[in-house]
Design a binder for this molecule. Sequence first.
Ligand code: ZN
Length: 68
Amino acid sequence: MTSWAANLGDCFRCDRGAIQVTHVGESIDPDGAETPLFACRACTERLTAMHQRAHETPVRRYVPAPTP
Ligand SMILES: [Zn+2]
């Protein structure tokens, strides 16, 4: 996630409005409808850091599926 598109909009995470946001993903409703999620730069960086930390130190150990 290196591209930074400067759009003015609302951040889905901190609820600030009319700020620079970037498209960070989609929220999929139970009925299958996709809603684009936009986050401000601070929240985008926090989300990216959380994602990287989760990869380095997973909370739960990965248990490989048993092979038949
Ligand atoms: Zn935000």
